[in-house]
Design a protein around this ligand. Structure first.
Ligand code: NAD
Length: 263
């Protein structure tokens, strides 16, 4: 089993990742967090290493880095992949096009799993939404996405909502940028046919709720996922770490890890 290096180790996900890694039998060999947190012992029983301020101190052949930290930290890690040569599992969201580019660059040198959501249920939902969108014609069904997250989340809409929107657009064979509507306010006019609405709710301790609605005349269909624990994301990311070790360089998603996409 590959040794795990966890970046963002003292965060909400970092802690869940240490617990999930340990219980799946992976050695947790490196913890990285902000410089001001260097030297902090792991808060998880059974993890003997303390936090470092720099992932360069954790470089080791065969190790897999799981990064759930911040865009700046993840972009730096990706851009130096040629040097560290460690497989990556990236969960940080909110990096936009710059993140896609940095991941593609890293993937020239190392294998990278990149997913805005590591839960098995959400990845199945992505498949179901694409199928539903291909059957429920945009002339008869209006599609809207509503997501809710805890009040500490810094990006909106969630990376998962964006993935769901892309699945919807793919099912309808349209480009998301042409049909997306991020929230509404004021005199908006009637809803254009084919629009995909995306809305973010923030508050409390919500781990992550997503609902895709298809709203027709006389009927409505809703497809929902509710995460009640961060452990579900952490277990998916640890599963991805076991899968990605030793693969060829390239960008992979949870579809590959779960066997939905054999390419
Ligand atoms: P958090 O704020 O609780 O933790 C982030 C941690 O990263 C903190 O300990 C912080 O000190 C550390 N960090 C920040 N900048 C750093 C740097 N430059 N170097 C080293 N460490 C640094 O946040 P969280 O709730 O754990 O979420 C972290 C990220 O993971 C967010 O982008 C979030 O949206 C994403 N996330 C993804 C999934 C998924 O399944 N892909 C699930 C949950 C959260």
């Amino acid at each position: 089993m590959p040794g795990l290096v966890i970046v963002g180790a003292l965060g909400r996900m970092g802690r869940a990742l240490q617990e999930a890694g340990l219980s799946a039998g992976f050695p947790v060999e490196g913890l990285v967090d902000r410089p001001e947190n260097a030297g902090t012992p792991s808060p998880v029983d059974g993890v003997a290493v303390s936090c470092l301020s720099d992932w360069r101190e954790c470089i080791g052949a065969g190790r897999v880095v799981i990064d759930f930290s911040s865009p700046a930290s993840t972009l730096a890690l990706c851009r130096e992949a040629e040097r560290h040569r460690m497989a990556l599992v990236i969960g940080t969201t909110g990096m936009g096009a710059e993140g896609d580019q940095a991941v593609a660059e890293a993937a020239r040198h190392v294998p990278v799993v990149f997913a805005a959501n590591y839960s098995v249920g959400v990845n199945l939902l992505l498949e179901l939404v694409q199928k539903a969108a291909s059957v429920l014609d945009a002339r008869q069904f209006d599609a809207e996405i509503v997501e809710a997250h805890h009040k500490h989340k810094v990006d909106a809409p969630s990376g998962t909502a964006l993935m769901l929107a892309k699945s919807l657009a793919a099912g309808r064979d349209v480009f998301l940028g042409d049909v997306a509507c991020y929230g509404r306010e004021g005199i908006t006019g009637a809803r254009p046919q084919g629009q995909i609405g995306i809305h973010a709710v923030r508050g409390g301790d919500v781990v992550g709720d997503h609902t895709v609605s298809f709203l027709g005349e006389g009927e409505r269909i809703g497809l929902s996922h509710m995460a009640t624990s961060r452990r579900t994301f952490a277990e998916g990311a640890v599963r991805a770490a076991g899968w990605v070790a030793g693969r060829r360089p390239g960008v992979y998603t949870m579809r590959h890890v779960l066997g939905f996409d054999p390419t």
